[in-house]
Structure formats: structure tokens, C-alpha cells
Design a protein around this ligand. Structure first.
Ligand code: ADP
Length: 529
């Protein structure tokens, strides 16, 4: 189908009142309306919903939107109904509807009134719904929060795994659009595979947030005092302080109040009335600071949050990115400050210990990335963007000097020979180890896996033993980020050489490394290391 750009523009104006498309929206819409499977990766706030809402409103038939969050579905339905005089233009189909309501929804669809039908994945597994949807004209299927299909995402939902099969039953050749704000290469691959959209046209927006300043401080027993000082230096500004537990939320909120800071707690254990009260007070600026668990944030759209503090380090880089992303949404200043002690990582590991093994392995791998992020001395922004599969150059990229490691760089040293040794070791071991074992091989530490391969009997075993594991781990991370190596997507973690790395072995060049920060956790005297 040939798409007229003028038609798109006028529909955008007519239905949403917007003068122009945001970011990649127009390309996405053209792709979908041309009948292509389409994959959209955009950070939160990027304008994903419109990418399927507008085509749905413009096309014949009903678009089925799969979304895991009932509350968000309701919001969207209300918003769409607001742009039209026809209430039936958007519906939710779920198990809370009574018979009469279901009948009405079905009639509206059959009569071509309904352009958007929101369903939870559970409802789509119901035979009667599938049978019904087979019999009507479906314009396309939109899979929102598509990362729910992947165990590597931060919000895995097993019901999402059935979608491919169900879509196939509803009809052949129905275009599919998958949308997510989670951008790790592993999750992307999972989505494409599990939705069966291997030829999809992919649109990926940059995840760079140039106005956010990233900083990590060691967590000592004086962390509360440090937070108070920080908030007082930023007095009158709005901020969020994230804590892991409800108990800590309550305690810290009190400590802040006692110190004259207008703060309220927020967590899922509070009754609904207090929660909505506190949320309103924050939005209305009667209070400056919300001390919260991760329950706070979904759907909060306060544009001028000036700082996000992590009293406890989150369990994945995705969570960190989502939570810090609530700062500076208006494009103004946003300071993201995280406190880190290795002890907290151990605490998070303990939480996982009761879970199934596969889940624990994934959780571990995600946690290791958090450790790497906290301890790294390379640009935090570069690290985050690399994690999301995006290369960033601090010299030319927007916001290139907006993090602690760039503003206060540690001394660098020449590591050309060590990089060569590292790459050779990977080559010599046939690229079969994850980072921990690789570092064991280089430093000459035996373990069951290494011995089972007889790697401990090789001449190169322990060749780098004059330096310790921490040093090699830091170097490995920097070499990864520099693009000489990659982590294998399938096994998530096995380190592989890329062409640039093989070239380096033949023709080594200068490689300036910085040693990582050393965080030994809480110091006895509470000093900050
Ligand atoms: P996401 O789902 O990617 O988090 P949303 O769809 O919620 O993002 O959109 C974020 C905000 O951007 C919303 O307030 C929305 O109204 C607004 N928005 C979307 N598209 C446009 C546009 N073309 N022009 C102006 N604002 C837009």
C-alpha cells in the first residue's frame, strides 16, 4: 500500500493534535501500514503508543494490541475515546467484562466501529476469543512491552511465549509490530525469534539521555548523611530516592523529615489512599522528595524530577536505566546518583537463591553487569549505551562529559602488551570461557571446568599471574567496550573475538586503560574510599 505522507500528517493532527512526528514515528508507521512486520525499540517516553494507534485509526479493520498492564490499557482506551465521538472506537477485552459487555465489544468489532482492541495475553489464550478474532478483519497485531517474551528482559511473562502460535491461528499474513523499551541485543533477538518476525523492519531510537549526569559513590555507613547533604545542596528541587526494602523506605523518609526535608515514603505496602496522596503531593510540589521502592514510577510523568538517588544498587542495568530515566524528562538537569557497596550485590544474590537455576543464572549475569557498571572507570554513559548495543563517542556524542568518570578521570596506563596477552588467551582457549574463567586461566587459578578441559596443562596457563584478578577483569571489560571482543548472545557471557581483536593480535596498537574503582564496601570509620 502506498502511503501518502500528507495523509499521515493530517491524521496526526486530526486525531492527536500534534504538528509533527516525534523521532522515528513516521518511518515506523509507514512500515507497518505497508504491511511489514515491524520492530520498535525506543526508550520510555519516546512515543511508542502512537506508532500503532495512528495506523489503527487510519486502517480498515481492528488492530489487536497485546499489553500486560491492565491499568495502562485502560488509560490508553480512555485517551483514544477522547479523540473520537465514538466510544466503541477502542475496547479492552478481558475477563472482568460481563456477558452484555462482551457482546457489545464483539458487535462493535463486527460492525467495523472498533479500531483498537486491547487484550491481555491471558485473554488471547481463550479458545472462544481466538475463534471470534479469526472471523473478523484484523488490521495488525501490536505486541506492546514485547520484552516480556524474553527471560532476559526484566519482566518475563510466560503467556507471551504463546503469542506466535495464537497470532498464526487468528490469521495468516497479519502484520505484527513489536514494541519495547528494553534494548539489549539478547532481548531483541529473543523477541524477533519468539514472535517469528525475522524479516521485521527494525527501528531503534538512541537511548542516550544527554541531560542526565551519572555518578556512583561508595556506600558507607554514612550514606544517609551523604544523601541529606546532597538533597540540601539541591533544596527546593524534586527528587526520588530508591531503596530496596519497604522498611528502609520508611526509615529513610523519617530521617529526611527529621532533617527538615519535605519527604514522603512510597511502597506497595501502603494503603491505596496514602499512596495516591503522597503521589499527588509530589506532583503538586507540596513535597520535594519521594523515598520509594520500585513500585513508584510506573506512569509517573513529572517532567522536572531533578535527581534520582539509588540508596541501593538495582538488580540490572535495565532497571537502573528505567529508574534514572525518570529524571530530567523536560530536558533540564537530572542528577543520577547511585550508592554502591559489593555487600549489596551479595544481598541481591541471596534474594535469588530460592529461584529456579536458569533464572538464577540469568539474574547473576545481569548482576555482574551492575557490578561492572559500578566499578568501571570508563564513562558511565558509554558503558550504559554499550550495554544497549549502542556505540558512543564521548568526544563527539551529546552529553559526553556528563558523568563522574569523565569529569574526574583516573590515571591511565599503557596496556598494549596485556591486551595482546588477553586476546591470545581467548584465541588459545578456542573462545569457550566466560569472563570469570578467562581471568582464572590468565592468572593461573585452577577449577573443575578449567581442569576438565586440561587448560591448566597448557603453556599459556597463568601467563598473566603477575597481576591480580581485579586488574584482568577491569581490562577485559574495557576491551569489551572498546569493541575488540564481544559477549556471545546465545550463551550470554562466553567471550568471543571479533575481527578487530584478531587484527590487534597481529598488529598491536596502543591501548590506554584505567584501573577500576576499588569498592571494598563499608569502611570501618565510614570514610569514603
Ligand atoms: P512510550 O510508550 O514510548 O513510553 P508514549 O507513547 O507514552 O511513550 O509517549 C510519550 C509522550 O509523548 C506522551 O505524552 C505522548 O502524548 C507524547 N507524544 C507522542 N507522540 C508525539 C508527537 N508526535 N508529538 C508530540 N508529542 C508526542
Amino acid at each position: 500500500m502506498l502511503i501518502d505522507k500528507n495523509d499521515l500528517q493530517s491524521a496526526l493532527k486530526k486525531y492527536f493534535g500534534f504538528g509533527k512526528f516525534k523521532g522515528l514515528q513516521e518511518g515506523v508507521i509507514e512500515s507497518l501500514m505497508s504491511g511489514n512486520n515491524t520492530f520498535v525499540i525506543m526508550p520510555t517516553g519516546g512515543g511508542k503508543s502512537l506508532c500503532y494507534q495512528l495506523p489503527a485509526l487510519m486502517q480498515e479493520g481492528t488492530a489487536i494490541v497485546v499489553s500486560p498492564l491492565i491499568a495502562l490499557m485502560k488509560n490508553q482506551v480512555d485517551a483514544i475515546r477522547g479523540v473520537s465521538n465514538e466510544e466503541g472506537i477502542a475496547h479492552v477485552l478481558n475477563s472482568s467484562l460481563n456477558k452484555t459487555e462482551v457482546k457489545r465489544v464483539k458487535e462493535d468489532i463486527v460492525n467495523g466501529v472498533t479500531k483498537l482492541l486491547y487484550v491481555a495475553p491471558e485473554s488471547l489464550t481463550k479458545e472462544e476469543n481466538v475463534e471470534f478474532l479469526r472471523s473478523v478483519k484484523v488490521s495488525f497485531m501490536a505486541i506492546d512491552e514485547a520484552h516480556c517474551i524474553s527471560e532476559w528482559g526484566h519482566d518475563f511473562r510466560p503467556e507471551y511465549r504463546n503469542l506466535k502460535h495464537i497470532i498464526g491461528r487468528i490469521g495468516d499474513n497479519i502484520p505484527i509490530i513489536g514494541l519495547t523499551a528494553t534494548a539489549t541485543p539478547k532481548v531483541q533477538e529473543d523477541i524477533i525469534k519468539n514472535l517469528g518476525i525475522s524479516g521485521a523492519t527494525t527501528f531503534k531510537a538512541s537511548f542516550n539521555r544527554p541531560n542526565l549526569y551519572y555518578e556512583v559513590r561508595p556506600k558507607t555507613k554514612n550514606v544517609d548523611a551523604d544523601i541529606i547533604r546532597f538533597i540540601k545542596q539541591n533544596s527546593g528541587k524534586s527528587g526520588i530516592v530508591y531503596c530496596l526494602s519497604r522498611k528502609r523506605v520508611e526509615e529513610l523518609a523519617q530521617v529526611l523529615q527529621v532533617n527538615g526535608i519535605k519527604a514522603v515514603p512510597y511502597h506497595a505496602g501502603l494503603d491505596a489512599k496514602s499512596r495516591s496522596n503522597y503521589q499527588d503531593q509530589f506532583l503538586m510540589e507540596d513535597v520535594d522528595v519521594v523515598v520509594a521502592t520500585i513500585a513508584f514510577g510506573m506512569g509517573i510523568d513529572k517532567p522536572d524530577v531533578r535527581f534520582v538517588i539509588h540508596h541501593d544498587i538495582p538488580k540490572s542495568i535495565e532497571s537502573y536505566y528505567q529508574e534514572t530515566g525518570r529524571a530530567g524528562r523536560d530536558g533540564g538537569e537530572g542528577h543520577c546518583l547511585a550508592y554502591y557497596a559489593y555487600k549489596d550485590i551479595e544481598k541481591l544474590e541471596k534474594f535469588m537463591s530460592g529461584k529456579p537455576v536458569a533464572e538464577q543464572e540469568i539474574g547473576q549475569a545481569l548482576l555482574q553487569e551492575v557490578v561492572a557498571f559500578a566499578e568501571t572507570s570508563i564513562s558511565r554513559r558509554k558503558f550504559i549505551l554499550h550495554y544497549f548495543g549502542e556505540e558512543f563517542d564521548n568526544k563527539t556524542g551529546e552529553g559526553g562529559d556528563m558523568d563522574d568518570n569523565v569529569r574526574h578521570p583516573k590515571k591511565k596506563r599503557e596496556a598494549q602488551d596485556d591486551v595482546k596477552l588477553l586476546l591470545e588467551t581467548i584465541d588459545n582457549t578456542n573462545e569457550k570461557y566466560k569472563s570469570k574463567d578467562l581471568v582464572n586461566v590468565i592468572t593461573g587459578k585452577e577449577n573443575a571446568l578449567i581442569n576438565s578441559h586440561k587448560t591448566n596443562e597448557q603453556a599459556f596457563f597463568g601467563k598473566g599471574s603477575s597481576k591480580d584478578k581485579k586488574y584482568w577483569m577491569a581490562l577485559l571489560r574495557q576491551v569489551l567496550v572498546s569493541g575488540l571482543l564481544k559477549k556471545d548472545i546465545e550463551t550470554y557471557g562466553v567471550i568471543k573475538l571479533v575481527d578487530a581483536g584478531r587484527d590487534f593480535i597481529k598488529n598491536p596498537t596502543s591501548f590506554m586503560m584505567t584501573e577500576d574503582h576499588i569498592f571494598d564496601g563499608e569502611q570501618e570509620d565510614g570514610t569514603i574510599v
